[in-house]
Design a protein around this ligand. Sequence first.
Ligand code: NAD
Length: 357
Amino acid sequence: MKSYKIAVIAGDGIGGEIVAEGRKALDAAASRENFRVEYKEFLMGGAAIDAVGVPLPEETLQGAKEADAVLFGAIGGEKWDALPRNLRPETGLLALRKGLDAFANLRPVKVYDSLLEASALKPEAVRGADLLVVRELVGGIYFGEPRGRDEKRGFNTMVYSDFEVERIARAAFAAAMRRRKKLCSVDKANVLEVSALWREVVARVGREFPEVELTNMYVDNAAMQLVRDPKQFDVIVTGNLFGDILSDEASMIAGSIGLLPSSSQGAKGGIFEPIHGSAPDIAGQGIANPCATILSAAMLCEYALGEINAARRIESAVEAVLDSGLRTSDLARFGAKKRVGTSEMGEAIKERILAQC
Ligand code: NAD
């Protein structure tokens, strides 16, 4: 029987509560698809600062590198906000992404029929929307040199080299091949030289994927199209800054931050985590929505383990349980037949996976 090693980083706040439910779903899917999952737990963020004085202990980075994938909850909280930047919890996550060279950030956004009313957009605009934003995560203007400021000027550099564009484009085309085979590359090639290079390289990589229909869109138009007609998109690929903005915009299509998973991948493995933070305001109450983490476990199966059937099992179980009217408190206003806590939601999804044919 195949066996995979998963590094588990619960983190802070609701991290432990939601990761526990992600593990349940993963175990259930593994048992149905005849593979084994071995977990090893590691510290990061505030929990690591309290225990060993740094946000990313060496042991955690090493464990993440040796694992097939990382299942991560969330980090951060007021307790650590006053620390210098290099000792803050968020620094741990950035260093982990850098350490794993996790250059491809994937954020799927799916609208569930049973939650149409929860979307920030009109139900008719979002019904059936199902898209994936692929954002370059370790380059572009957030990392470009030179950067700096004095009293009167501040400046940053948006720079991409062809190899950086090539690898993110390849990740996006590969994702499109697993989906509806449509890729929209978003840039600002009418104004920026860096975008002209981006567009050229994406087109070049596209020749390796003749089945994928490639289109280009300027970022200002893409921001508008996402709220006008999100259904037109399958996969969107874009740089770090544009992706930061567009992926947050796209997340509002779905309705709750508690529903949205993500992955950050490099050459091997990757970090799979909900898009939300540690939600200190509800931590310890057992009311957080675990769906984003459970769906991150599905992404882990698909993208890190290649266990596509297991991924589909988890996704369809989440959808079925939402359809049945179970709601955590963040979604209780939208078609709740029964209001449940974090672990009851996780159990229901696990049971659904085990009962699937
Ligand atoms: P947040 O995402 O933690 O919370 C925003 C709001 O959404 C809160 O009202 C919270 O209760 C709610 N929420 C979030 N996840 C939920 C879930 N699963 N179910 C139900 N409700 C949920 O953002 P914030 O409050 O701005 O940040 C809190 C802490 O998290 C900060 O320290 C921040 O730095 C950190 N943070 C971490 C990550 C990460 O670990 N990747 C990401 C964002 C923020």
